[in-house]
Ligand binder design. Structure first.
Ligand code: NAD
Length: 468
């Protein structure tokens, strides 16, 4: 098997050492990840800095055109990318799996590529003219997680280069292959050095966040790692966008229709087998319809096929890695030990693959790991409440603040409750449905800064105020 190579300054670069990447559905080796040294990282930052000198001077038209070409080349290679993604990540090819993710990468690239940040005139009169200009920052370091690697890579890279920056990306060591291929494709349509990829262990990520040649870090991953990045970025005062973990609450009001919302609740919680930052991770249901919601959700969930991602019949895949599989298992075991009633799932088989069955646990409350921490897998706690005030207080009783949702038929009432939730995004009668024109980001320990739309693009710029 030929090892994959880093992409630095437009060239493919071999490394001495590699690591096997395995399919989480089968355990089979699907590729070899190059292990970059710190010297390779230095080289990538140097090449990105050289490219920045000219890319920052490129016209708006050139950058828009580059983003269009990137969208085009991803689209042309969609099936190849989707298959590689399924092999290393585990998610199914169909449904809300790899083809959906690549489609999302194209949609975000197209939309973001067209966003303009024109000069703003703040004042123009007898006392003079004041303009606000937006300028690129420099070399952007991007670090991505293993759950939606291709789409998140585009969320980082495309706005960065659209605003005139250059990029060094380091994907998760669990899912590096599809990102390397993505960057190879981007390099077919971009000038050398505008986008570079280095892969390796977490240590390469740490080296990026302290690297003096990197001006901004954009990071998607866990809160613990976000803190470490912030710490090591402090001496060089890097600009940061941190999209971190979530423990999203969904509140089902008494007037909701259990049968009508079961499908939305299910996919809000179980898309990508629950390995999504803004998944519904705690479900609060009013006492009066608690049993009905449990029944309808169980009925829907029982019929969703989980299996090897390459099988077209699979709608859900395995947990991506052993560490996450063990976290999910321990959350469910803890909930069971504390009196949780397992309505569905809860008993994983011994492999092959890290398949954890779709699991619903009723009659749990705060004070167990499945509710208090981020399970990041296919297990959902269902918590009973009797007053809306209690549900809101419990939903907000979390250090996290990424997303939230409210489910009911009286939309005004649902919207009122939604406004009281402490989170960056809130949905009514759906959960986690992000889109490229709407800012997305966390509050509290879910991070800071936003992605998407003009607000997201601004994060890749500095302001220069011109008094003329
Ligand atoms: P992780 O934090 O373990 O790893 C993310 C990335 O950080 C990887 O590329 C990893 O190699 C790198 N890394 C690890 N240690 C580092 C260090 N000291 N310095 C710099 N980089 C380092 O997260 P994960 O397990 O890959 O992803 C799961 C987590 O990501 C969950 O908590 C999830 O909620 C979160 N997530 C958040 C969003 C969002 O938009 N808010 C999206 C996806 C995932």
């Amino acid at each position: 098997m030929e090892p994959m190579q880093l992409v630095i300054g437009g060239e493919r670069v071999r490394t001495t050492n590699h690591r096997e990447i395995r399919n989480p559905s089968t355990g089979a080796v699907v590729g070899l990840m190059p292990l970059a040294s710190e010297a390779s990282l230095d080289q990538a930052v140097r090449k990105a800095a050289i490219a920045f000198d000219s890319w920052k001077q490129s016209s708006d038209h050139e950058r828009v055109d580059a983003c269009r070409k990137i969208a085009g080349i991803i689209e042309e290679s969609a099936e190849e990318l989707a298959r590689l993604l399924t092999l290393e990540q585990g998610k199914p090819l169909g449904g809300l799996g790899s083809r959906f993710e690549i489609g999302g990468a194209v949609a975000w690239t197209r939309h973001t590529g067209e966003i303009e940040l024109p000069v703003e005139v703040l004042q123009d009169g007898a006392e003079g003219r004041v303009e606000l200009h937006r300028k690129p920052i420099g070399v952007v370091g991007s670090i991505t997680p293993w759950n939606w690697p291709v789409m998140i890579a585009c969320w980082h890279i495309v706005p960065a280069i659209r605003a005139g920056n250059t990029v060094v990306i380091k994907p998760s060591p669990n899912t590096p292959l599809s990102t390397i291929r993505l960057v190879q494709l981007m390099n077919e349509v971009l000038p050398a050095g505008v986008v570079n990829v280095v892969t390796g262990d977490n240590e390469i990520g740490a080296a990026m966040s302290r690297h003096p040649g990197i001006a901004k870090m954009t990071f998607t991953g866990s809160t613990a790692t976000g803190r470490r990045i912030m710490e090591s970025a402090a001496p060089t005062l890097k600009r940061l966008t941190l999209e971190l973990g979530g423990n999203d609450a969904g509140i089902v009001l008494a007037d909701a229709d259990p049968k009508a919302i079961a499908e939305g609740l299910f996919w809000g919680a179980f898309i990508n087998s629950g390995q999504t930052c803004a998944c519904l991770k705690r479900l609060y249901v009013h006492d009066s319809i608690y049993d009905d919601v449990c029944r309808e959700l169980t009925a829907y969930a029982s019929n969703v096929p989980m299996g090897d991602g390459v099988a077209e019949s699979s709608a859900l895949g395995p947990v991506q890695n052993k560490m996450q599989f063990d976290i999910v298992s321990s959350c469910v075991e803890d909930a069971r030990a504390k009196g949780g009633r397992v309505l569905l799932g809860g008993n994983p088989s011994n492999g092959p693959g890290y398949f954890y069955p779709v699991t619903l646990v009723a009659d749990v409350d705060h004070g167990c790991k499945l509710v208090d921490t981020e399970q990041f897998g296919p297990a959902l706690p269902i918590i009973r409440y009797s007053t809306v005030a209690e549900a809101i207080a419990k939903a907000n009783d979390s250090t996290m603040g990424l997303g939230g949702s409210v489910w009911g038929t009286d939309l005004a009432k649902a919207k009122d409750v939604a406004g009281k939730l402490e989170c960056g995004s809130v949905w009514i009668n759906r959960h986690g449905m992000i889109q490229p024109n709407a800012p997305f980001g966390g509050i509290k320990q879910s991070g800071f800064g936003v992605e998407f739309g003009a607000e997201g693009l601004k994060e890749f710029t500095t302001v220069q105020t011109v008094f003329c």
